[in-house]
Design a protein. Structure first.
Length: 166
């Protein structure tokens, strides 16, 4: 991956990701819990935070997983998972435009209050209404790799592949 351009999500990628929730194209987050079980979770709060970062607001008390668990995870599945294994992936898919992006990176909880406020303010308004008291946790994903693009008549266009510089 040394010959790939550095991760830069600005431009079309940012526009698509930041509009995804309002257009019914939420991103899916994948992670592995401390027991080694994979999980997927639809995240409507997902947005580009910096050119090489994606932010997610994790609401308190929200299970946030489509994978059944016993006992139910309450405000802990994803957050607990990234404590021991920060590796995550996200996928964006716009079936109408035939555009897909797959992101891989490392997630961490953001403790800085100014950044938490910024992340909350930049997520879709409909997601903010679920946490009007700002209860929740700001998570930033440092993107290590992104690949994707758009297909037109079966031919790749707008092909994207970028990697973080070591």
């Amino acid at each position: 991956m040394e010959d790939l351009p550095p991760v830069d999500l600005s431009g079309d990628i940012t526009e698509r990701i930041n509009a995804a929730h309002n257009e019914g194209k939420d991103l899916v987050l994948s992670y592995v819990d401390p027991d080694g079980r994979p999980h997927q979770s639809i995240r409507g709060s997902t947005h580009v935070h910096r050119p090489d970062q994606i932010a997610i607001w994790v609401r308190e008390g929200y299970v946030g997983t489509m994978t059944p668990t016993r006992p139910p995870l309450s405000n802990g599945g994803f957050l607990k998972a990234i404590e021991s294994n920060p590796a995550v992936s996200l996928i964006f898919r716009d079936a109408t435009a035939r555009t897909t992006y797959v992101f891989s990176g490392r997630a961490h909880v953001e403790p800085d209050q100014a950044l938490r406020d910024e992340i909350f303010a930049n997520m879709p308004a409909s997601e903010q209404r679920h946490s009007e008291d700002h209860s929740g946790t700001a998570v930033i994903v440092d993107i290590d790799h992104v690949v994707g693009g758009t297909l037109v008549n079966g031919t790749p266009t707008e092909k994207v592949e970028m990697a973080a510089k070591a």
